[in-house]
Design a protein around this ligand. Sequence first.
Ligand SMILES: [Zn+2]
Length: 405
Amino acid sequence: MTARTAWLLGPSYFYHRRLIEESKSWSAAEISQYQEARLQRLLDRYGSQTTSKVDYQNNLRDYTRWDLPLLTHMVRTGGTSGQILRFKADTFARRQKERAYIFDVWSQVGFAPYDLRVRYAGDLHREMFRYNRFENVWHVSPGATVDGELDSLRRWLRTLPPFFLHVYPSSLFTFVDLVGEKLFRSLPVRGVLAASEMFPAGEQLRFEQEFGIKIAHWYGHSEYAILAYCCRECRGFHFYPTYGHVEFLPSDIDECRRVLASSFNRIGTQFVRYETGDLAVDAAADCSRDNFLRASAILGRSQETFIDISGRRRSLFGYAFGDLDHDAFYDHIRDIQFVQDQAGSLRLRIVASPTGNRELIERTFEQHIPLAKLDFEYVSAIERSPSGKRRYFVDLLHADQETPR
Ligand SMILES: [Zn+2]
């Protein structure tokens, strides 16, 4: 690592880098000692009851520490997890800390800080590619990969030196399909970095075997309270004990537990015994990698795909949420649901905020999802399913195959 990259990574990066390395050899008792002390501080401050999104929506100030200009900034999360949440994040340390853990996850497939990445996600306002020097990453816009542009995408890909492909799980096979399997096999892809959503059962392994490319995969969420890496040995998720505190509590679904998160940050909003809305499937066999708390799978932002105007399956998460999640855009929307009742089109059912700008909402979605015809329907509430769950995507084309969530 050069002095320049070390400087870019920052002091919190190296602090957490060291903690991560140390924690991998901790015993279960050492892990619990580290965690309990930090959790207890939160419980003393906020009480021991569990919290939900509404608590932070209504009492953000009470849960936020050192909320001073420059020290904190507003983060917004939208979409999949339900209603929009705003909270304060540490301006300086959060990014550095996040990198320490994410780079640790990526190192499982050989990634070193600032190796070249191609990121297939987000919107570049009609541009197909954009290079970010500081991150050494090429952004490729899914929104721009319409049929007429595919040849230039393919030509461009052939010119690249070895790179890591950074995608959402549900857009990995879409990407392979777009560039064509033959060309994809010939590209110098060093590894795949696949975030946020879950892979459909078996798909990760299937890709690794079919293409001989390893995938680094992890579970995290926009509140930055807990993070788990997907283990190459047991294929389950190991929660980093120095990132935040996770608890599994009984749920009404067999063999699944509710995932509760408490955050360890000192500055900004502190989440305490926070209901993430995700479910963890109990870990079965032991794993020799470390003594971190484990789950064999996590159900939550499961894969949702829609059929675009050319008949291709596309990741809804990648188009509708992914990069929009952290933008002020979701201030305009209180709740949203996508319905596909016809191939090539999507109906957006939207509960707008009192100050929500409908023209901006529609323009933004049309820019992000140019591959489907969009219809907008403004409603006063999104109804829950009989089991009380809210679905952000309703696929009426495949209604008979749907499983309860
Ligand atoms: Zn494992």
